[in-house]
Design a protein around this ligand. Structure first.
Ligand SMILES: NC(=O)c1ccc[n+]([C@@H]2O[C@H](COP(=O)([O-])OP(=O)(O)OC[C@H]3O[C@@H](n4cnc5c(N)ncnc54)[C@H](OP(=O)(O)O)[C@@H]3O)[C@@H](O)[C@H]2O)c1
Length: 335
């Protein structure tokens, strides 16, 4: 693909991820010649800033993709299913943030720090992984390369912005309602999220796990090229605006010491080790928000697993779990 003056589209430009995509394209100086911003009919005429200029949002239709080189999709799975193949047919490369194509064998599922080479296998659509999976793998994959991961047990602490713009408003509104002792209203989540935690992210499967929980094993196997990887996960929504955190207990083939793990993690791309418990320094979502790198800490030998290591990883899911990873994939296309 030509490396300059690309015509780039953001589908779902007005959403939580879409807005970050626009900012990330600008910040990373992606070679955008023209930017087309697409959303629903509700947003037509809205102006969003890109490189200091106003860009007007237009309505997504099947004719939106003529002449577009790369389209970053983040408007939900239904929209991706309907419009991504149309865009690919029109000759545009789609980087899709939804779960619609992630497990499709003909669609690469990519975290550039892990399996960048898979980008080259695309047939018009490349999938961006689930945010919790991407953030976990930023720490797990380098450890897997060194020690061979067998399985993990993990719990996530997922921010409300992972559900989208309406969920951020819901947390804000409910905090105010609680503080002012008014009745709490719910629109997005089945229960009050302010001053609460919800042990449900996504819908339940017959196994009792949620769909979100199984993404770690399914997507993790595909991204790491590790079909035997196993993951038992509990996904939890917490009243945090931004950045997901994951507590992981991992079991490896080879013995793993904390010192050896730390040495591996210190060299891992896109990851900072923040692990000084004696100084109360460890990763926290407040401090990984709006930051490109994920952070890992609380490293310790797992007392209940052989060859086990516990760690705590945090990352901005709007960035590494979505917009940043999508733009990094687009950058790979230009290499
Ligand atoms: N939030 C995250 O951290 C995260 C992370 C990874 C992946 N994702 C995925 O990214 C996608 C978007 O998530 P989000 O959090 O950004 O959601 P969001 O804040 O609710 O934004 C949704 C976007 O989709 C647009 N849209 C909705 N219906 C549409 C339609 N019929 N035609 C065209 N555009 C339409 C919306 O436009 P209007 O403003 O016009 O309604 C808006 O721009 C989802 O597939 C989600 O699973 C999100």
């Amino acid at each position: 693909m030509e490396k300059k003056n690309l015509h780039v589209a953001v589908v779902g430009a007005t959403g939580a991820v879409g807005l970050e995509m626009i900012k990330t394209l600008e910040k990373r100086n992606f070679p955008v010649g023209k930017l087309t911003l697409l959303a629903s009919a509700r947003s037509v005429g809205k102006q969003l800033k890109f490189r200091g200029a106003d860009v007007t949002v237009t309505e997504l239709t099947k004719d939106s993709f003529a002449g577009i080189d790369i389209a970053l999709f983040s408007a939900g799975g239904g929209i991706s299913k309907e419009f991504a193949p149309v865009a690919a047919q029109a000759g545009c490369v789609v980087v899709d943030n939804s779960s619609a194509f992630r497990m499709d064998a003909s669609v690469p599922l990519v975290v550039p720090e892990i399996n960048a080479a898979d980008v080259k296998q695309h047939h018009g659509i490349i999938a961006n992984p689930n945010c919790t999976t991407a953030i976990t793998l930023m720490a797990l994959y380098p450890l897997h390369q060194a020690f061979g991961v067998k399985r993990i047990f993990a719990s996530s602490y997922q921010a409300v912005s992972g559900t989208g713009a309406k969920a951020i408003e819901e947390l804000e509104r409910q905090v105010e309602q609680v503080v002012r002792q008014r009745p709490v209203t719910k629109e997005v989540y089945p229960h009050q999220i302010a001053f609460n935690v919800l042990p449900q992210v996504d819908s339940f499967l017959p196994s009792g796990y949620t769909k979100e929980e199984m993404k770690m094993e399914n997507e993790g196997r595909k991204i790491m090229h590790h079909p035997a990887f196993r993951a038992s996960v509990t996904c939890v929504r917490v009243p945090v605006y931004r950045s997901h955190s994951v507590a992981v207990s991992a079991e490896f083939e080879k013995p793993v010491s904390v010192a050896a793990a730390r040495a591996v993690l210190q060299k891992a791309p896109g990851l900072d080790v923040v692990d000084e418990p004696e100084n109360k320094r460890y990763p926290m979502p407040l401090f990984t928000s709006e930051k490109y790198n994920c952070e890992v800490g609380r490293l310790r030998a797992d007392c209940a697993l052989d060859n086990g290591l516990c760690f705590w990883v945090c990352g901005d899911q709007l960035l590494k779990g979505a917009a940043l990873n999508a733009v990094q994939i687009a950058e790979e296309l230009l290499k």
